[in-house]
Design a protein around this ligand. Structure first.
Ligand SMILES: [Zn+2]
Length: 243
């Protein structure tokens, strides 16, 4: 595993000062000794992250690595941290996800430091805060894909489905999610399962996000951003893309 980690990190050699390059070579050499299996060049990621138009393919592949235990923990390689810290971030995919501790976004897609631009909130609901964050990601940082990611057994969605009235500030996510379920054809009573409610919420939150953000809507219309929807299964670790 370490060999895979370090060899993939070598993509960034050309961006580093000579001293770091020498260190990288030494580390690479050690890693190859630990795991001589070369990483096919075709499977290596671009040093600038996920290429435009390849997000679905890359995220699917990363999730498969996560499921197989073959993750590239190069994600946390010091070399990558140094590169992004030095030249700045250029994340590829904006992700609106739930705060659920079972959905660690970078891990389930096996992505690196600097790849994903993530907003996490219980029930992965859109808001002006999320819209502003993604607008910044698209306009200033080069985010070319937006993913709204729900997950099975989502407590926030289930609470909205049940029409719960929790204390404190928690109704904020009920108020954000319940309209999605009520807008479903046939109403809330027609929703057959919790997972269906999660899918309905994912689709509706995306619609609302685009409806309320002229910048994101225009970026989509001009083909500058690709839209993805997905549901993560907390029991299996698999992401099922809806589009
Ligand atoms: Zn959740």
């Amino acid at each position: 595993m370490d060999g895979v980690i370090c060899c993939r990190g070598m993509n960034f050699r050309s961006l580093l000062p000579a001293a770091s390059l020498l260190l990288g070579l030494l580390v690479s050499s050690n890693c190859q000794a630990a795991d001589p299996t070369p990483v096919p060049a075709a499977s290596r990621k671009s040093p600038t992250g996920i290429p435009k138009g390849k997000a679905l393919e890359e995220l699917t592949a990363g999730n498969k690595r996560y499921l197989s235990g073959g993750v590239m923990t190069h994600s946390w390689l010091q070399e990558r941290i140094e590169v992004t810290g030095d030249i700045g971030q250029s994340p590829s995919v904006g992700v609106l996800s739930c705060a659920d501790s079972r959905v660690p976004v970078e891990m389930i897609f096996d992505q690196s430091v600097g790849d994903l631009f993530v907003v996490r909130v219980a029930g992965n609901y859109q808001s002006p805060d999320a819209a502003g964050t993604f607008e910044f990601g698209v306009e200033a940082l080069g985010v070319h894909t937006l993913l709204v990611l729900g997950h099975t057994k989502c407590g926030a969605v289930n609470a909205a489905l049940d029409g719960a009235n929790p204390p404190g500030n928690m109704p904020v996510f009920i108020r954000a999610i319940r309209p999605a379920l009520e807008a479903h054809a046939g109403g809330v009573s027609a929703i057959k399962s919790q997972t269906e409610a999660v899918e309905i919420n994912v689709r509706w939150q995306l619609q609302q996000l685009l409806a309320r953000s002229e910048i994101l809507r225009k970026a989509k219309e001009e083909g500058r951003i690709q839209i993805l929807l997905g549901v993560y299964d907390v029991a299996t670790g698999a992401v099922r893309f809806l589009n």
